[in-house]
Design a protein around this ligand. Sequence first.
Ligand SMILES: [Zn+2]
Length: 443
Amino acid sequence: MQTLRDYRYLVKNRKHLTSEKITSLQLKELQRLLHYAKENSPYYKNNEAYQVVDSWDAFHHLPFINKAIMMEHFSDINTCGLDKDETMTYALEKEKNKDYLGYYKDEYVIGLSSGTSGNKGLYITPKSMTKRLPGVFLARGGVMLRDLPARILFCLRVFSQGFQDINAPLLKLTYASTMTPTEDLIQTMNDKKINILMAPPSMMRVLMPFASRIKYPLKKIITYAEVLSSADRLQFSTIFKAPVIEIYQASEGQIASPCKAGKLHINEDLVYVELYDENNHLIKEPHIIGHKMVLTNLINYAQPLIRYEMNDMIVLDEPCSCGSSFRTIEKIIGRRDDNLWFYDQNKKPKIVYADLFARWIITESDMIREFQVIQDDISSIHLCLDLLGDYDVSLLKQRLLHELHALGVEGIITLETVKLDLPRDANKFKRFISHVSIDTSST
Ligand SMILES: [Zn+2]
């Protein structure tokens, strides 16, 4: 019954809340979270900068935190009395043994993430919240009522009890690690009559050459964990003959989900997202690429994340035809340090978005199965290509140089053909690896 109640509540919110109602609901939730954190989290309790706020203006003056601060003060920030070292030992042990089920201290799901600099993040979800995941998953996971009964294959680097708890009548979830041999994945899909495939884009590309061996028609493909480029979306839907949607989820929260129209909406009742431009002005208009994205998770009382700076950046879009007042996302830019940098004619560094660069590569030839771009210096990139068959890579090089020239930048591009596998550890497959550090404050 709780599942149904949660489902109805979330569906109603997205459909019917007006912008004014969203604003007042968020302020109320933020006040409640702050009040709880002041009472139960030693970190917020002992920090004078945190006071219960009575207005949006006051809220927007609270300090920012980030992953480094969150991890440094992990033991003090969480409201469950969990010790950082003990929790980390537990999480690392589980990961080493690929044992992703079970609760820590019989009470918590511990998520472990690693960032580019290798700093690992620990994320707590209490059992009381994982029990409510089916409702959230149904309302915001991209699966619609019309998709039921849903037999889902869920591919992720790691699994956890939180996902296991999603199994419900009419909703069967089969988990596969992204390291599962492709033959076995196809076998599982056929045995379990999978009709919804959930996988990161890099995994979808691994499955592409095997698409014809999938016996049961897919109703839908749902991607996450990596940016889904528009070229990816088109290619997957053509090859797998199913619509492709994405959900935007991070360790820090369930940030955005697609509506019936397939548009990504920020989950305004689960997270509060602030976007800032380079002058630290709040961005409210669509189509503006900002400099900072700040997230407050409205429902995580176990580990209150209040004004948490994310590495990602999103661009807002116009209101959606579905009628929801939840803000829409035009695109997810991904991490700032995952983008590419080139000198323009005036020798000034200029950013070239990874999403755009990826589109040039993917649309150039169907023979390119996967690629990886490594940038060690500004204006110089090395491109590794994993090909499905014969293809003259010099054509791609010409195309890329031409596209860069059109943007007013020049670069040196070297290419090689290699076999690219998904990483064997818990890291995401990264298409863009940059070792260039740029002072972006002036760009
Ligand atoms: Zn919509």
